[in-house]
Design a protein around this ligand. Structure first.
Ligand SMILES: Nc1ncnc2c1ncn2[C@@H]1O[C@H](COP(=O)(O)OP(=O)(O)O)[C@@H](O)[C@H]1O
Ligand SMILES: [Mg+2]
Length: 343
């Protein structure tokens, strides 16, 4: 898709200036003026919807205040470039609207979305750019790999605290009726906090729906489906079945998978599924129906595995809610802290 192909809802072409004007008026304070972002080509990673680069942001209000010639301080940010193929078939206005709403969310365990802008920086107005807070410790999947075996109560406790952060972020999002739909260790990011600890934040919430329009579309590209994280009720799609929708309890199932990744040194479920011949959602659903679950033998913390299996109840209503998971995690952490203290 080229910039000339951008069209209005009634299929009229838009000029570059019109796109800019529309974006500005629609996004208001969430529109980032061009001279406020220094875009670096340092790639932080890439995924299903596009690539993430490092950038430096000058806050729009402060942009023109450097009268003495000194540079206004910048803040490091992460800039997610959204692949246009995921967007072009959809109503852009809806995409802007959803992301604008996401910009208003504010919680210590949710990655802060700061601005939305187009790809004028890259001479391509067909790009959507999401500017978000920079998470300097990367993704939880990478972190879990590097953190290594959870061989002592301190390490288990540390990982449980990260799980607690994620669950708290999910309590906030589900309270706002936001369903993540793609909760996985790769979509939890970490940042250093003062005093040497780390804080985990949930990212990419709702992107699956925003960008793919609806769940049916999300499933078209079968090869790219993150089926190992999906709850059973979504694994085999029957469009006529109104029950076949993602709910917050679907996110709870995925949270269990995320916990399993985190407590198995960042192992991907695929590694277990492939040798068993489970290569698609249908086969995985059949396995779940016969009571199969991701194995617990590689999880050293039995209480943590027990919590995962609670998230993997076939019946969504029997899974705990995120508020209950928060309570259970707090309980486990305090129990472990007593053990550590009593050593
Ligand atoms: N806000 C951010 N701050 C720092 N790094 C990020 C941020 N967002 C994403 N990344 C990096 O970019 C990678 C790719 O992210 P993403 O495009 O969401 O793909 P995926 O979720 O499939 O890994 C992440 O794994 C992470 O390392
Ligand atoms: Mg992601």
């Amino acid at each position: 898709m080229t910039r000339k192909d951008l069209r209005t809802d009634d299929n009229k072409r838009l000029t570059v200036a019109e796109i800019d004007k529309r974006l500005k008026s629609f996004l208001g304070k969430r529109y980032l003026p061009k001279d406020c972002l220094t875009f670096s080509y340092k790639r932080l990673g890439s995924g299903h919807y596009g690539a993430v680069y490092e950038g430096h942001l000058r806050h729009p209000e402060k942009c023109f205040q450097n009268t003495n010639g000194s540079l206004v301080p910048t803040t490091p940010v992460a800039v997610k470039l959204i692949k246009t193929d995921s967007v072009c078939q959809l109503n852009r206005k809806m995409v802007y609207q959803e992301i604008k709403v996401a910009c208003e969310l504010d919680h210590p365990n949710v990655v802060k979305l700061l601005y939305l802008t187009d790809g004028a920086y890259l001479k391509g107005y067909d790009q959507l750019m999401m500017v978000m807070e920079y998470m300097n410790k990367g993704s939880l999947s990478e972190y879990a790999k590097k953190y290594g075996e959870l061989s002592n109560p301190e390490k288990v406790c540390h990982m449980l605290k990260i799980m607690l952060d994620v669950a708290e972020g999910m309590v906030y999002l589900s309270g706002k009726d936001i369903i993540h739909r793609d909760l996985a260790a790769r979509n939890v990011l970490l940042t250093k906090v003062e005093g040497g600890g780390v804080r985990a934040k949930v990212s990419d919430f709702g992107l699956a729906r925003i960008l793919e329009g609806n769940y049916k579309l999300y499933r078209v590209n079968k090869d790219e489906l993150p089926f190992p994280w999906m709850p059973p009720e979504c694994l085999v799609l029957d469009p006529s079945d109104p029950e076949n929708i993602f709910s917050s309890k679907g996110d709870v199932w995925s949270f269990g998978i995320l916990m399993w990744e985190s407590f198995s040194e960042g192992t991907l479920p695929k590694k277990v599924l492939k040798p068993l011949g489970i290569t698609d959602g249908e086969k995985l659903l059949a396995a779940y129906k016969s009571n199969w679950r991701l194995p617990g033998d590689i999880i050293r913390c039995k209480e943590a595995y027990n919590l995962m299996t609670k998230c993997w109840q076939m019946e969504p209503n029997r899974r705990p809610a995120f508020v209950e998971l928060v309570q259970e995690l707090k309980h486990l952490i305090s129990k472990l802290e007593v053990t550590k203290g009593g050593k």
